[in-house]
Design a protein. Sequence first.
Length: 175
Amino acid sequence: MDLKDAIRTIPDYPKKGILFRDITTLMGDAPAFRRAVDELVQPWPGSKIDKVAGIEARGFILGGAVAHQLSAGFVPIRKKGKLPHETVRIAYSLEYGVDEMEMHRDAVKPGEKVILVDDLIATGGTAEAAARLLKDIGADVVAAVFVIDLPDLGGRRRLEALGVPVRTLVSFDGH
Ligand code: AMP
């Protein structure tokens, strides 16, 4: 089974020129979903990962499954204003303008080993901000894992420059 075949591509969404890589078809395909989660966690069998941090929103679905598989806790990283308790926040650049993401200040204790999860890495701006947020509160970010890499956009290098190893399962040329 090729995981790539389970991912649907939608041209010109959300705007002209973008090939949107729709992971909902993979998540709806039981063998493909299981295989993706198994492959994402494959380097860490039996190792003590404390927390899995998922980036809103598709990172929550994959991250919850990854956390369960690793017997780790799950930590949501959300768009600002959604979390009820005291948060730490970071601004990051989007294609147009900036946005902010946040997590609960007490969600990760200093020194805890954390794996960051999202569906796709493109420019790496989103994941870099999430990794910085985790590092700022003292997390040991062991890796960042994604089902899909768009290698032409260079996201992997941005995370590696922060000292965070990157694991991806399939890649697509272009953006
Ligand atoms: P970036 O910050 O540029 O690495 O963008 C990553 C975030 O945007 C992830 O949360 C992705 O879900 C989403 N994203 C970016 N490009 C695409 C694409 N071509 N198809 C689907 N999602 C994308």
